[in-house]
Design a protein around this ligand. Structure first.
Ligand code: 3PG
Ligand code: MG
Length: 397
């Protein structure tokens, strides 16, 4: 894909750079609890500011649906950005923006209020995109994780100003390209999480593009049940049996192996310290539920990882939030991290709970790339065009 990056910019001193970032960060009691997304966009902001641009940040927070919802203000996030950058970050509403920008010195940073307070944002109204465009000379999109949304600040605006991918957007696209675009084979995908229903498109696309898929987590139960295994009280979407069989058929036709657990850690209830035991998947005691993959299955996953050159990871292999049901996820993640560090594996992870799971295993920094994107990562892996990325490629700039 062809798009411009910050390397294509020169002489930006005094220019007004509108930078779309993803500051949809977890917050508790008015404080940011995980600054990863802020840290990811810091290099782009620092680079632009360092070269004398007036940096105007556009971002959304939550889903206020076109209304001013005070709890979804970005104001408290401005302080967190300030802490990460160690540089003053000014703040203004869209109505105050023109005045605030006129007062900016070269290198100053201004964060604008939640883009989703505007009713035209999610509707991608050209009038709103034009209003944003009137505030800047350049547009830089560094929000891959919001690029699956065709909104005024992620898509419309890219058509109205010379547009560039920020450093994080660039890194993300390069990593994803390595993972699925033009990967070194064999390619292994690990797809876990609770439900098959949210990952049908993902699995259908992966079976055509990868050499093997390890299915884990609650999803695996649905596949096991479709193969006729009695998973007892386990989480399972019985109504998706036919879908699971179709995915297996597609996989067989494409020469993609579907790897399911052969043993499992089961318990009568899902709570910390619950009494658990390891059994073969076809011997789950009556009334008990599968909460993690067992040691034999983990060995099998490691064996697949050691044969792969590229790994795409989405979703945990068990109920990793509660010990001891995190073991399969943690052990497999650590093994993938070791192979990556040894230079034997390109490992790309992302989507939903995946970052939390890798953090729990203490290996998020050891993967080749860990995306902070949820929906955007999945849509990319489903083979879909992301409007925010597409608009950068289409931009005349
Ligand atoms: C995210 O947090 O996944 C992105 O910021 C996108 O947010 P959204 O799902 O509300 O569009
Ligand atoms: Mg989302």
């Amino acid at each position: 894909m062809n798009f411009k990056t910050l390397d294509d910019l020169s002489d930006i001193s005094g220019k007004r750079a509108l930078v779309r970032v993803d500051l949809n960060v977890p917050m508790k009691d008015g404080r940011v609890t995980d600054a990863t997304r802020i840290e990811r966009v810091a290099p782009t902001i620092e680079e632009l500011s360092g070269e004398g641009a007036k940096v105007i940040l556009l971002a959304h927070f939550g889903r206020p649906k076109g209304k001013v919802v005070p709890e979804m203000s970005l104001k408290p996030v401005a302080s967190a950005v300030e802490e990460v950058l160690d540089y003053r970050v000014h703040f203004a509403t869209l109505d105050e923006a023109e005045d605030a920008i006129s007062k900016m010195a070269n290198g100053d940073i201004l964060l604008l209020e939640n883009t989703r307070y505007e009713s035209g944002e999610e509707k991608n109204e050209p009038e709103l995109a034009a209003r944003y465009a009137s505030l800047g000379d350049l547009y830089i999109n560094d929000a891959f994780s919001a690029a699956h949304r065709a909104h005024a600040s992620t898509e419309g605006l890219a058509h109205k100003l010379p547009s560039y991918a920020g450093r994080t957007m660039q890194a993300e696209l390069e990593a994803l390209q390595k993972g699925l675009g033009n990967p070194e084979r064999p390619v292994l995908a690990i797809v876990g999480g609770a439900k098959v229903s949210t990952k049908i498109d993902l699995l259908m696309n992966l079976v055509k593009n990868v050499d093997a898929i390890v299915v884990g987590g609650g999803m695996a139960n649905t596949f096991l049940a479709a193969r006729g295994v009695d998973v007892q009280a386990s989480l399972c979407e019985k109504e998706l049996g036919q879908t699971a069989r179709e995915i297996e058929m597609e996989a067989a036709q494409s020469g993609c192996a579907i790897v399911l657990p052969t043993d499992a850690v089961v318990a009568a209830e899902f709570k910390a310290g619950a009494e658990s035991q390891t059994v073969a998947v076809d011997a789950v005691p009556e009334g008990q539920m599968i909460l993690d993959a067992g040691p034999q299955s983990v060995d099998k996953v490691k064996d697949w990882i050691s044969r792969a050159k590229t790994l795409i990871w989405n979703g945990p292999l068990g109920a990793f939030e509660i010990e001891p049901f995190d073991i399969a996820t943690v052990e497999s993640a650590r093994f993938a991290a070791q192979r990556t560090e040894a230079g034997e594996l390109v490992s790309v992870a992302g989507g939903g709970d995946t970052v939390a799971a890798l953090n729990q295993a203490g290996v998020a920094d050891d993967f080749t790339y860990v995306s902070t994107a949820g929906g955007a990562f999945l849509e990319w892996m489903e083979g879909k065009d992301l409007p925010g990325v597409q608009a950068l490629a289409d931009s005349k700039g």
